[in-house]
Design a protein around this ligand. Structure first.
Ligand SMILES: *[C@@H]1O[C@H](CO)[C@@H](O)[C@H](O)[C@H]1NC(C)=O
Ligand SMILES: *[C@@H]1O[C@H](CO)[C@@H](O)[C@H](O)[C@H]1NC(C)=O
Length: 517
């Protein structure tokens, strides 16, 4: 019966079941969850998906094939600089750009040399209608579209900003489009504007002279033999990485301070959130239902483990939470003993379902990208403790949007958290602001999953959606800045100056000659 309905639906829509390669190489669980969300929507729409993933899905269906690249986790497991304790020790506030670029480049290299993936790529019988690839700093995977001779679409786990816009349009002006690796957002002071310009020049220089040449080498090493097997030659790297049909951005209209985007940039933020949410486990449901004074939920996400926090800090937080009359849920990966009666440790937390509960008062979070979207989706104010990467910008945005209080990560956290909790509980402005944003967020033509499926089908139907591409892409930077015109004007001015100089120096000579005569 289900099959029959599906068949009828595909006939109606005029789109056959497509074969889609979805590529998510990052060993970051939250990004993996975004990938799973996308795959679910594509499968539900009747398409066949091959999912290259570090976090294989459990709900296996016949139309889903998975390429397990879970060994990519080694890249982060070994890196001490990515642990909470390290950040705390070194008071990390800024992100090292070259480190970031190198990390993602190495992630690409590791993925394309993974034995499971290599075996898959060497199978010349595979055909795809579209490649949907997670774009995070490294564009090497654009080569997949060349292998399968099909259009490709980027998925970007953040909002629109110049790092991604430069690939399909142009980087917007740094005077108002901030770099996500810096901590400020527009409007800028004079110094901040200079800082933004510098951040961009630095990023671009490192990418152009160090990272890009190495990525190009990886591209050539990996894809030349794969194309040879298929009797074709490899196009130039630069022609391939600027050839995306579309970009999906993991943000939405409720977040202000966004630069304008070209036609082929589509926001699908919230795609990973199940609708309706899965029911809470019975015990947790009862706990939240019966919390007379409301519930506070605390989680530092999945990437940073609370267990890497020093013991003194953990005990301090237990004490701070113990002073409250509200019920506190703390997502912590280890068992803690001697807990006050209002504090409950969850080793695994069904976050969306907790945030959806009407008794929840607010959320204490590191402000990662999923948590930021979920806070708005469910209309929950936050206390944010940014730790790394884009979390500083996310925190800045949340504070500017009026629904968040920012607290720095430090050994004094148990003390600095106290006044923030007090303000959250006593002032309802945060709840009011986040409710306003939540209304904007939910007011869309279609939910994000439907939107994604539509544009994926549109790109295949129109063979790459060339009609959506920005004209800026084909205009080199010197032309966009009119540097050639400037050069022409300078040359003309120079010539005029020479002529005037010649005239004024020649006239006295002539008179001299006359005098002699
Ligand atoms: C290859 O896939 C299998 C499961 O199919 C998995 O157990 C194994 O870890 C994968 N190997 C690598 C190198 O990722
Ligand atoms: C760029 O994309 C279009 C549309 O998918 C495709 O026809 C073309 O071959 C691609 N060019 C390169 C160099 O990959």
């Amino acid at each position: 019966m289900k099959l029959l309905i599906l068949f009828g639906l595909t006939l109606l829509c005029g789109v056959e079941s497509l074969k889609i390669l979805v590529y998510f190489p990052l060993p970051v669980r939250s990004v993996g969850m975004l990938g799973q969300g996308i795959v679910r929507h594509l499968l539900d729409a009747g398409h066949e998906v091959t999912f290259v993933t570090v976090y294989p899905m459990k709900d296996v269906r016949p139309s889903l094939k998975q390429v397990d690249i879970s060994s990519n986790k080694e890249l982060v497991a070994k890196d001490e600089s990515l642990m909470l304790s390290f950040m705390l020790e070194n008071n990390v506030q800024d992100t090292d750009v070259l480190y970031i670029q190198t990390f993602f480049k190495e992630n690409s290299r590791q993925t394309f040399t993974n034995e499971n993936f290599t075996k898959f790529l060497q199978d010349t019988s595979q055909r795809f209608d579209l490649v949907l690839a997670d774009l995070m700093e490294s564009e090497v995977s654009a080569g997949l579209s060349v292998v399968y001779d099909c259009p490709y679409v980027w998925y970007y786990s953040m909002g629109a900003h110049w790092h991604v816009l430069r690939l399909i349009d142009e980087g917007k002006n740094p005077a108002y489009d901030p770099d996500y690796l810096t901590t400020t957002i527009a409007p800028f002071s004079f110094l901040q504007r200079v800082e933004q310009l510098w951040a961009r020049i630095k990023y671009k220089a490192l990418k152009t002279f160090i990272t890009l040449p190495e990525e190009k080498k990886i591209y050539e090493e990996i894809f030349t033999p794969l194309l040879a097997q298929r009797g074709r030659t490899l196009p130039n790297y630069e022609n391939v990485i600027y050839n995306a049909s579309l970009v999906f951005g993991n943000e939405h209209n409720a977040v202000k301070h966004r630069p304008s985007t070209p036609q082929n940039f589509k926001y699908v933020g919230g795609i990973h959130i199940p609708d309706p949410v899965t029911p809470l486990p019975k015990k947790l449901q009862d706990l939240m239902d019966n919390a007379k004074h409301g519930v506070i939920y605390f989680s530092m996400g999945s990437f940073f483990k609370s267990k890497h926090l020093p013991q003194s800090l953990v005990r301090g937080l237990v004490k701070t939470f113990g002073e409250l009359k509200e019920t506190v849920l703390w997502k912590f990966e280890e068992d803690l003993t001697d807990l006050p009666s209002n504090l409950h440790i969850l080793q695994w937390a069904p976050q969306a379902s907790i945030l959806a509960h009407p008794n929840l008062k607010f959320f204490i979070t590191h402000g990662g990208l999923l948590s930021s979207i979920e806070a708005i989706h469910f209309g929950v104010p936050v206390i944010t403790i940014p730790v790394y990467f884009d979390q500083f910008t996310n925190a800045e945005k949340a504070v500017k949007n009026g629904y968040a209080i920012r607290v720095p990560l430090s050994y004094d956290l148990p003390e600095t958290l106290r006044p923030a909790i007090k303000s959250m509980l006593s002032d309802d402005i945060y709840k009011k602001k986040v409710t306003e944003l939540s209304i904007i967020y939910h007011d869309r033509l279609v939910p994000p999953g439907k939107e994604l499926v539509h544009w994926v089908e549109h790109v295949v139907k129109t063979r790459g959606a060339l009609h959506l591409r920005s004209p800026a892409l084909n205009v080199p930077l010197y032309q966009r800045l009119f540097l050639d015109l400037l050069a022409v004007i300078l040359v003309i001015l120079y010539i005029i100056r020479r002529i005037i100089k010649n005239l004024t120096t020649k006239t006295p000579k002539k008179t001299e000659k006359k005098k002699k005569n």
